[in-house]
Ligand binder design. Structure first.
Ligand code: PLP
Length: 412
């Protein structure tokens, strides 16, 4: 049994014993502190660079209590919007440990960074954005480069094709080098895509960005300019993986980087891993409101749907494991569709699963809901965001991180 499942089975029982769950809590979300720490420690150890800034992508899990813990553990945060910068500041992150990557920063936001957040790691998305910067910005400037590689990421998460809206295409290398000559650029950034299946391309992308950094630094030296590209931000993009005693995909990625890009360790490394850091840190339970037979399939109606697991319903199931609890676990298997609570036909979390026959009132545990789920909560049908609990399995503690909250009605 995976450590997350072992924890989840304990936590669900414990919340009942502690009477943390009321009748109105038709669904509850859980965050595993132990698994979260384990993933972040694994990341830090895999890269093995003391000064590396592992800036965890806020967009993947923006819960304020979770961000505060990330900061307390000594990790940075990657912000995709000004609001996420504010969340990072509120979480106690110092500006020099925040990477600001919004692709559409306003002039006002740039001014605000300059006056309020000196040191924030500011990546421009285009060379045009450089013209918007103040003369001597109070923050280090990076350029996001589109490496123009095929990473095998699903098309909606692939950002490195020729017409991508993200970054300056590598084909414009001469313009990039000229910009580095003239603007106070000290960092280069690449994020090739999310859920990348082809890590060789991701490594090749980082190789090409390092080559640009090396060429840029030679040009600066030849011009007698002391400024250098000193940081390389390699983004995120690794698929979630369950950590075991075997070498991890993260370690494999770092080993490939050490082989093809040994000079990466001459720079300050910045990473922005989102879903890899969180996927296996979350779980949820929902009551089965009722179940009906439709032909061969049992359709179980639950209280978490496309409002929570948006990507699973709209793109494709990402590997959520559904576990009927208590006596439901022992019933005969049946072909099952998990239907969410929203009033639209596509609201199924998964179809055609072989699950013990579900009945009204059962508890259904959903494992692996840690990334891009709570973060993407949709207001469709105005349903209430469930209570979020933080679980420390090692010390047997469960705390309420946030109460049930309705996006329109507030706490109810
Ligand atoms: C710039 C940037 N960095 C990091 C991430 C996190 O990616 P992932 O969750 O695939 O690690 C994203 C995701 O969209 C991103 O756009």
């Amino acid at each position: 049994m995976s450590p997350l499942k072992e924890e989840a089975l304990w936590a669900v029982e414990a919340t009942k014993r502690l009477e943390l769950i009321a009748e109105v809590d038709t669904a509850v979300l859980f965050h595993s502190w132990n698994q979260h720490k384990r993933y972040l420690d694994h990341l830090r150890t895999a890269f093995g660079q003391e000064e590396a800034l592992h800036a965890v992508a806020i967009k993947t899990q923006p819960h304020p209590a979770i961000l505060a813990q990330v900061v307390q553990w000594g990790f940075g945060l990657e912000a995709a919007s000004m609001e996420e910068v504010q969340l990072a500041i509120q979480a106690g992150c110092s500006p020099d440990r925040i990477v600001f990557d919004s692709p559409v920063k306003t002039r006002r936001e740039i001014q605000e960074c300059n006056s309020k957040y000196p040191g924030i790691r500011f990546n421009v998305n285009s060379l045009e954005e450089l013209h918007r910067l103040p003369g001597s910005p109070s923050f280090p400037v990076g350029i996001r480069i589109n490496p123009m590689v095929e990473t095998g990421a699903p098309s909606v998460y692939h950002v490195s094709h020729n017409e991508s809206k993200f970054g300056v295409p590598l084909a414009e290398k001469e313009a990039i080098l000229e910009a580095i000559d003239h603007y106070p650029v000290v960092q280069l950034h690449v994020h090739s895509g999310s859920s990348m299946a082809n890590l060789d391309s991701a490594v090749a992308a980082i190789r090409s960005i390092l080559d640009v950094a090396q060429e840029a630094n030679m040009r600066l030296e030849n011009k007698g300019v002391s400024r250098r590209i000193h940081s390389i931000d390699i983004g995120g993009g690794l698929m979630p993986e369950e950590l075991t005693d075997s070498p991890s995909a993260m370690e494999g990625y770092v080993a490939a980087l050490r082989t093809s890009c040994p000079d990466l360790w001459d720079y300050r490394i910045i990473t922005e891993f989102g879903q890899w850091s969180y996927f296996y840190t979350g779980y949820a339970i929902s009551k089965v409101e009722y179940a009906v037979q439709r032909g061969d399939a049992r359709v179980a109606y639950v209280h978490l749907g496309a409002d929570f697991l948006l990507r699973d319903a709209y793109v494709k199931p990402r590997g959520i494991e559904f576990v009927p609890l208590a006596e439901a676990a022992h019933r005969p298997l049946q072909c099952t569709d998990i239907a969410g609570p929203l009033c639209f036909a596509g609201d199924y979390l998964q179809k055609g699963l072989d699950l013990p026959r579900l009945e009204e009132g059962d508890d259904l545990l959903m494992l692996h809901t840690g990334s891009n789920a709570y973060a993407l909560w949709s207001r469709h049908c105005s349903r209430t965001i469930p209570m979020v609990l933080g679980v420390d399995f090692a010390t047997a503690q469960i705390t309420v991180l946030s109460p049930r909250t309705n996006p329109f009605l507030g706490t109810i």
